[in-house]
Design a protein around this ligand. Structure first.
Ligand code: HEM
Length: 529
């Protein structure tokens, strides 16, 4: 007998009622499973690109400019994205709201760091930036809080920052072509001066050689095999002689450079303390606080050496990069430069150099600095956090152990808040009345939650002082070819955890005949202070 067509095929009435019952049973079973799974916490992950077995999304992740790929994923999957690299779950946060909801509001869960097996365990570079969220982190962070997160303390650094800004002007006047290097020296000199009371006269300085060598060798040693060990920590047990374990042999050399970077300047401070000739510095105050009866345990010395060693790695490249971005923005936007110079002339005049006390009276310059942070996003992907416990967000499962990226780059390019985001336009921060995070990029370019950058006030003051002093005394213009054509630098940032502008040329010259005199006078005053 021919029966009617049913969704499950051509069946007799009795067979179809069995099927109907079976379907109902399946639905009931599914509902029971779904509520059980929900109860047990087996919820869906946030949306994200399709994963392959074993390797997950590894092939979709390019080796460079990952923030751009994550931003593209955001257009398809939203602000909170789930991916997996081998067995490591990864969560990408593409919006400020998502970072605030997770990293800020649930700080106790979201403040870990991924294991960074290569850095933490193989080369044993245990610095604050990469450290796990442990009592050791709390101790280092307390030292940093005392040194950098109180306005009263940071204000005491002003004379050193001012005098380094004056030296920067002198370097730029004498040898303008080397401006990228002078800016780096400015950032280094502030960190070495505050950290250890050491003055840096040139980039050939012995201490700079040590730190530069250490930082460079760390980056060079982090090849593909070293990265693999972060995904498969078991590889750390490979004996150094085995093929493929070259990263372990290299690591031994790198360890030596890191020890030099951490101990050579610290030992100098200890010697000066013993001789009673020490200059006040962050090192000397931590040593004084930690020493008992004038003695320091080997373990405490190790801790202090590594806490201070992080200063250079975290604080120089970031500050220098942002200041170099400012220079690039000025070359490309002469009308912005002129407007800022007119504001400086009006407020500061031309008989002295600007100081941080002038800042509130210079809103246009402040808008330029904010736009520089937004436009170049110096640390475009932040530093990844680790989720320490299972969590739920908007009904999605956030698995324990996830590496969590805050895609700061995507926030700076949010078209809802920043029209034409690639354009350098300080006006977008002028006369802003709302207090939202978008009204001031300093609220998010320094990261989130309990791991927020402790050096943010120091860095911001250093960048402002360099910019204000440069604009007050120098004109930054496009360089010209020997045949007189203008060279327009391209806006290109190198890929990496810190987004440097690619090398460019420009023409730097004194704004007026008074510029040299002002700088010389300031240098003399600094020497006699
Ligand atoms: C423009 C300059 C700077 C930028 C853009 C910047 C940005 C950042 C960012 C995005 C983080 C990661 C925050 C997170 O995990 O969410 C960070 C962490 C850190 N920064 Fe900075 N930074 C700058 C300058 C400095 C300076 C001058 C110092 C040193 C005085 C410093 C010391 C650190 C340290 C120690 C950490 C790790 C904090 C922790 O893990 O608890 N930074 N910074």
């Amino acid at each position: 007998m021919i029966t009617k067509w049913t969704p499950v095929g051509v069946l007799s009435p009795s067979a179809s009622s069995y099927v109907g019952a079976a379907v109902l049973a399946c639905v009931a079973l599914w509902l029971v499973y779904a509520s059980w799974a929900r109860f047990k916490g087996f919820r869906r992950y946030p949306p994200g690109p399709r994963r392959l077995p074993f390797i997950g999304n590894l092939l979709q992740l390019p080796p460079h400019y990952q923030h751009l790929t994550f931003m593209d994923w955001g257009k398809q999957y939203g602000d909170v994205i789930y991916a997996r690299f081998f067995s490591t779950p990864v969560i990408v946060l593409n919006s400020i709201d998502a970072c605030r909801a997770l990293m800020d509001k649930k700080g106790a869960k979201y403040s870990g760091r991924p294991p960074f097996t290569f850095h933490n365990e193989i080369i044993e570079w245990r610095n604050l930036v990469l450290m796990q969220y442990t009592d050791q982190w709390r101790r280092h962070r307390r030292w940093y809080r005392a040194a950098f997160e109180s306005k009263a303390v940071v204000d005491t650094y002003r004379p050193l920052q001012m005098s380094e800004a004056h030296k920067l002007l002198a370097d730029l006047l004498q040898n303008p072509e080397q401006f990228m290097l002078h800016i780096k020296k400015y950032a280094v000199a502030i960190i070495m001066g505050l950290g250890y009371g050491i003055s840096i006269s040139s980039m050939d300085d012995e201490f700079i050689q040590h730190v530069d060598h250490a930082v460079e060798s760390v980056f060079q040693s982090g090849g593909p095999a070293a990265l693999l060990v972060d995904f498969f920590p078991i590889l750390k047990y490979l004996p150094a002689w085995m093929p493929g374990a070259g990263f372990k042999r290299l690591a031994r050399q790198v360890q030596g450079s890191i020890r030099d970077m951490e101990y050579i300047p610290l030992r100098r401070v200890q010697k000066a303390m013993a001789a009673g000739t020490v200059k006040p510095s962050i090192a000397s105050s931590i040593l004084e606080e930690t020493m008992k009866d004038g003695r320091l345990s080997v373990a405490d010395e190790r801790e202090i050496a590594s806490a201070l060693g992080a200063l250079y790695a975290a604080g120089t490249d970031t500050t220098a990069t942002t200041t170099q971005c400012f220079m690039l923005a000025m070359v490309l936007n002469p009308e912005v430069q002129k407007k800022a110079q007119a504001e400086l002339d009006r407020v500061v005049g031309n008989s002295r150099l600007p100081d941080i006390g002038d800042r509130d009276a210079l809103p246009y310059l402040d808008a330029i600095i904010m736009e520089v942070y937004r436009w170049c996003a110096p640390v475009p992907l932040g530093v990844p956090h680790q989720l320490l416990e299972e969590d739920e967000h908007m009904g999605y499962r956030m698995p324990r152990g996830s590496t969590v990226f805050s895609n700061i780059w995507a926030m700076t390019r949010d078209e809802q808040h920043y029209a034409d985001p690639e354009r350098f336009d300080p006006e977008r921060f002028l006369d802003v009345t709302d207090e939202s995070d978008f009204s001031d990029p300093r609220k998010y370019v320094f990261g989130f939650g309990r791991r927020i950058c402790p050096g943010r006030f120091l860095a911001d003051a250093s960048i402002w002082l360099a910019a204000a002093n440069i604009l007050a005394t120098l004109d930054i213009r496009k360089a010209r070819t020997p045949t007189g054509e203008e060279i327009t630098p391209e806006v290109q940032f190198a890929s990496g955890s810190v987004s440097h502008p690619k090398p460019f040329v420009c023409n730097i010259r004194p704004r007026s005949s008074k510029s040299n005199e002002l700088v010389l006078r300031a240098l003399r005053a600094d020497r006699s202070a």
